[in-house]
Design a protein around this ligand. Sequence first.
Ligand code: GLU
Length: 446
Amino acid sequence: MYRTPKDFMEYVKANNPGQPEFHQAVDEVITSVWPVIENNPKYQSANILERIVEPERSIIFKVTWANDKGEVNVNRGYRIQMNSAIGPYKGGLRFHPSVNLGVLKFLAFEQVFKNSLTTLPLGGAKGGSDFDPKGKSEGEIMRFCHNFMLELSRHIGPNTDVPAGDIGVGAREVGYMFGIYKKLQNQFTGVLTGKGLNWGGSLIRPEATGYGVTYFAQEMLKTRNEDFNGKTVTISGSGNVAQYAVQKVTELGGKVVTLSDSDGTIYDSEGIDCAKLTYVMDLKNKRRGRIKEYTNEYKNAEYLEGKRPWGIECQVALPCATQNELSGEDAKTLISNGCYCVSEGANMPTEPEGVQVFLKNEVLYGQGKAANAGGVATSGLEMTQNSMRLSWTRQEVDTRLHEIMRSIHQTCVRYGKEGQYVNYVKGANIGGFVKVADAMIEQGVV
Ligand code: GLU
């Protein structure tokens, strides 16, 4: 048995060199669950720690594709099947130049606990490629997706592993991948989630992560007898998660004043209302432009080149862009500007120093695993509908999503209460871990 979390992290680092994001994700979970391991000899004797950080299967493959000029390109494809103790592997695919083995292992590891928290029978996985969709034509995107799925199709299936979208993978990419999977297998199955509405997709799936992160913040605010009414909210990112977070926050009476992309932030002190959100959706989803263009349309807004939104005054912050986008300094700035509620739409957006700042200052801090689980939860609901060959109404899916977010919040409170304060990091990690670890023990040494 390892004596301290630090001892165990030395083992993890030696065994997985050059994967800093994976170390960061493991360190955080292990620190939270350490007392549970110490007080439960069954986890020690089953060596759950070493078993839970080792992917059940890591697949790395070559993806070749030709661009519009006929030039042949090579990218690397991955699928990390982390844990299937409580259900088939489930998790998104990310297409972004920053993708590598360590990044996908961190995402797959987080996915295990997140999926466990949803209350649904879902194991954890993640995959993707270092392919950069930025600036690629429709034809190039389609050819890449087809060639990626040519290999991935051997490793997935509706009862084995069900991928979905993540950064760089939306409805368009899921469509191309589904099309070729169906052709290869000669089967129409729910092998991917995030599908189009008239071929097996679920209502509310596009909205789910953004709505869920807002519902989670709403639950946290409720513990202090507060709501979104009249609150100023900063949001980072401008993709799917950020867009639907803007919509839900606005509907609940909050005022969203920022959005961003990797080039900079737009600050609209008058608030990004429904009409402005429609403009953003057209800009990002159809024209695939940069967020800077917002300031050409809305002259009152400012563009903060190369900056993130965390210097802007707000009461609630929703990081919805990517990992490690909020530093310890950013966390201090947010707090000194009056922010006391943070709900993470992205995976691991806050650096470890930032997490410590939030916890020390008793911020209502909903960590990604809990706060952004609405996306994968609704993917789980899509799988259920596919199995039943039925489609639920918008209202039915939204009600279930809302219920799941409330239940995740309750789990966090149950495991994370420290006196008056709820440590949602600890709550989410322990709540997610116990279910998976117990299932592993019950299934024996496999
Ligand atoms: N990529 C999303 C996540 O990080 C959704 C995964 C899914 O729907 O399978 O949870």
